[in-house]
Write a protein that binds this ligand. Structure first.
Ligand SMILES: Nc1ncnc2c1ncn2[C@@H]1O[C@H](COP(=O)(O)OP(=O)(O)OP(=O)(O)O)[C@@H](O)[C@H]1O
Ligand SMILES: [Mg+2]
Length: 430
């Protein structure tokens, strides 16, 4: 058996050697990291590789520029790149305000990524470690022992009861003094916040981040959104900080998508190859979404193993396609599909019509993926789908997905909330 995970993964990519393409984005991240004041904001649709890019930002912040030099940006790497200690936190929707977020940061006990790990404290034992495989790569700090008394208020940073913002400031300034400048001799502390879009009340969060940013403390936020306002509502307050740091992750161009497959072959170290014709088909089915390439890739590896082959040829790919068509290949997407159609042929037909609509650009956004209901109506008539107006609401309903969302910029314009689900519907048999 060949382990599919050796070449493909549906996880966030931390290892720079598995990260493919995105050269322009890597360049922008590098510039934002090296400018003293810039904030970093990574946004784009679901499943495009935002979190993976944020993890690469973290590597570069530690001084590991493997990715940038592999990407041919060697001559653009500053002679003395700014180095940071890093914090990485994934937000959730229970966080309901900027203050709630700071409170979470102050209490996070993650021993490799948490803020609390860096707050100096007598009993606590912290060691240097590298996030990359290479030994030469930049080091970060991790906790190996929280101390005999457990996690406790630090002797170096004062907790101010009832004042989260001040407590956070105290924590951060003691980190900067003792760990960043002191022990590790770095230029600053970098706080990376993933899934920032799910914070339920972002009122004033931009100005809060602005007030906390300084030449010693840089923030990077990342999340789903088609523009910055989805990420930071009061983005006007951070506009100047974002001159270099606004990073829009879009679909991968075809050659780059193909490189994900070539990279996988490389990672399999000769154990497995992928036929060129199959590469072309996977690239076309995945429409620039690396997540879909990784998922189809994994399925192909398993199928090849089952058949005792060490090449993913057309036969292997067609069998995987058959599994997708019949709904057995990707259980999570399939259950979303079943929930959306709910045993109704009409709704199933409508879903497929919507998914097949050519993606059109609208006036105000360069993002593709918009669906115009008037076009769907024409097709619906042709295919005799009745009750379009009765069937559509369920696809917008939270209880059943939701699958679509209305785009406020015009009447009758919709979008699939999860673009990967749209790709799935396109491959699924009616
Ligand atoms: N540069 C890349 N090279 C190869 N694979 C990638 C790259 N970026 C992302 N992927 C793959 O795409 C998938 C999605 O990546 P990631 O989780 O980073 O995306 P995301 O935009 O954060 O998704 P979400 O919106 O769900 O948070 C993963 O399977 C990951 O392995
Ligand atoms: Mg993500």
């Amino acid at each position: 058996m060949i382990d599919p995970e050796k070449g493909f993964t549906s996880d966030v990519i931390t290892d720079a050697n598995r990260f493919v393409g995105r050269i322009d984005l890597v360049r922008s991240c590098m510039q934002a990291l090296n400018s003293p004041n810039s904030l970093i904001a990574i946004y784009g649709k679901r499943g495009l590789g935002k979190s993976s890019l944020l993890r690469q930002v973290q590597q570069m912040a530690l001084g590991d520029y493997t990715l940038a030099s592999n990407a041919g940006l060697h001559h653009e790497i500053p002679d003395n790149p700014r180095k940071y200690l890093t914090v990485f936190y994934t937000c959730d929707s229970i966080i309901d305000s900027g203050e709630g977020l700071l409170s979470r940061l102050c209490n996070d006990q993650n021993d490799e990524d948490g803020l609390l790990r860096l707050v100096p404290h007598d009993g606590k034992e912290i060691v240097e470690f590298s996030r990359a495989k290479e030994v030469s790569a930049g080091a970060d700090l991790k906790v190996v022992n929280w101390g005999a008394k457990g996690v406790e208020t630090s002797t170096y940073a004062r907790v101010v009861d009832g004042d989260t913002v001040q407590t956070f400031r105290n924590f951060v300034s003691s980190i900067v003094q003792h760990q960043v400048k002191g022990r590790m001799n770095r230029d600053g502390l970098l706080i990376l916040l993933d899934e920032f879009d799910v914070v339920s009340n972002k009122n004033g969060i931009g100005s809060l981040i602005k007030s906390l940013s300084s030449k010693d403390i840089k923030f990077g936020v990342c999340g789903i959104g088609q523009d910055l306002t989805d990420l930071i509502e009061d983005h006007a307050s951070v506009e100047r900080l974002l001159e270099q740091g606004a990073i829009h992750v879009k679909t991968m161009p075809k050659p780059e998508a193909r490189n994900v497959l070539t990279k996988a072959e490389e990672l399999f170290e000769g154990e497995l190859t992928i036929d060129n014709t199959v590469k072309t088909k996977i690239v076309s089915a995945s429409q620039g979404y690396p997540y879909f390439i990784q998922m189809i890739g994994k399925s192909c590896v398993s199928k090849a193993s089952q058949l005792g082959l060490n090449a993913i040829n057309e036969n292997v790919y067609n069998r995987v396609l058959e599994d997708i068509k019949s709904g057995v290949a990707f259980p999570t997407l399939e259950s979303a599909y079943q929930r959306a159609i709910g045993n109704t042929e009409n709704r199933q037909m409508l879903l497929h019509l919507l998914a097949e609509q050519p993606e059109e650009n609208t006036l105000f956004h360069e993002d593709v993926g918009r669906i115009f209901l008037k076009n769907v109506r024409k097709d619906a008539e042709e295919f005799e789908v009745d009750y379009l107006d009765q069937n559509l609401p369920r696809l917008l309903d939270r209880k059943f997905g939701p699958i679509l969302r209305r785009i406020p910029e015009g009447q009758g314009i919709y979008e699939f909330i999860n673009p990967v689900f749209r790709l799935y519907v396109n491959l699924r048999r009616i």
